[in-house]
Design a protein around this ligand. Structure first.
Ligand code: UDP
Ligand code: MG
Length: 338
């Protein structure tokens, strides 16, 4: 456990993609919260709100710029294009300098008030505080079923995840600096944070409905994140191929033995369509499946080996004189500080 400062500075990081409908309310609520925390002596006056525009196509950036010009506590960061939630969140985290850093979605479905409880855990010595949903009443039946099923599958595959924890969490400076050392391009932050260790705790909450706008996580993106999580943290599918291959070989040897016995020791040697076609199709399909899974891993290796920057920062806006990390300290240095 590291000694935390008496009054820590707090950063709240919010990735935003086409969030013009709710951005204003979200900012107002989070700034009010920061003001309250400062009054209570829970957060220092240097606390900040980081907004990351993940290449939105609507007026999100214009709104952010206006807010950052008006509010000295707001830092607005714009990525050069849409890079997805995990990358946008990472970009925001990498900008912070504060003692405690909280990430939350722009729709505040996770409830901004839960940050107060997270900071209490931080004060008591936790370096990682996971926001954990107690139920999924605000989800559709489909999402609830698939999401909970996914956590169970990940558990079976030996991936260490906090059940029903997404990306609402608090990280101490030390934990965040450790996280930022992970060089991988395929970000699955909830898995990476589990790798860190450090003293951790959980804050439970009931997730609310989205106030406005629609989910920026359609099924396609959800599946892609789920698959990233599996391939980035588990080699179980590779092992499954070996088992499958063994079973397929055992089956084909049995068929071969049967064909030989029929041919050599009986008169009814009629190896018909079925006995030729069935193993042929079976082995062919199993091989294709295996090649596909191996290909997935090779694709991931390829991406990692390239070591491309995860994102580029287009612009950073903040009120004149406010103390922020200069953009060239971020991992992707192609940025133009405003
Ligand atoms: N988001 C993002 N980039 C994307 C998609 C989403 O930064 O490409 C942000 C989005 O603005 C929100 C958060 O990620 O702050 C979670 O998205 P959303 O609330 O739509 O997901 P859901 O709650 O439906 O899972
Ligand atoms: Mg949401």
């Amino acid at each position: 456990m590291s000694a935390q400062p008496a009054v820590p500075s707090v950063a709240i990081v919010v990735p935003c993609y086409n969030e013009e409908e709710i951005l204003r309310d979200t900012c107002a609520e989070l700034l009010q919260l920061l003001a309250r925390l400062e009054r209570d002596g829970t957060a220092s006056a240097t606390s900040k709100l980081y907004l990351v525009d993940d290449g939105s196509h609507d007026d999100t950036w214009a709104l952010m710029e206006a807010i950052a010009a008006r509010e000295p506590q707001v830092v607005a960061v714009r990525l050069s294009r849409n890079r997805g939630h995990q990358n946008a969140l990472h970009a925001g985290l990498a900008q912070t300098v504060e003692d405690a850093v909280i990430s939350i979605d722009a729709d505040l479905q996770d409830g901004a008030d839960n940050i107060v409880a997270m900071l209490e855990h931080f004060r008591d010595g936790s370096e990682v505080v996971y926001g954990v949903r107690t139920g999924r009443a605000s989800d559709t039946l489909f999402k609830r079923f698939t999401a909970e099923g996914y956590y169970r599958v990940m558990e079976r595959l030996g991936v260490d995840l906090v059940f029903n924890h997404a990306d609402f969490r608090l990280l101490s400076r030390r934990a965040l600096d450790a996280l930022l050392q992970y060089p991988e391009a395929n970000l699955f932050l909830r898995g990476m944070v589990r790798e860190l260790g450090f003293r951790s705790s959980q804050v439970e909450y009931e997730r609310r409905e989205r106030a406005a706008g629609e989910s920026k996580y359609p099924l396609r993106r959800m599946l892609s994140l789920a698959w990233s999580g599996i391939t980035a943290f588990s080699s179980a599918p590779l092992r499954a191929i070996t088992v499958l291959g063994l079973c397929a070989s055992a089956f084909s040897f049995a068929v071969i033995a049967w064909v030989l016995v029929t041919r050599l020791f009986t008169d009814n040697a009629v190896p018909g369509w079925a006995s030729i076609l069935l193993p042929l199709l079976f082995i062919g399909s199993v091989q294709l499946l295996c090649l596909g899974v191996i290909g997935e891993y090779i694709a991931k290796l390829y991406e990692e080996v390239k070591q491309r920057p995860r994102y580029h920062i287009d612009q950073v806006r903040h009120a004149p004189g406010s103390d922020v990390r200069s953009a060239d300290k971020t991992p992707a240095a192609a940025s133009e500080p405003a």
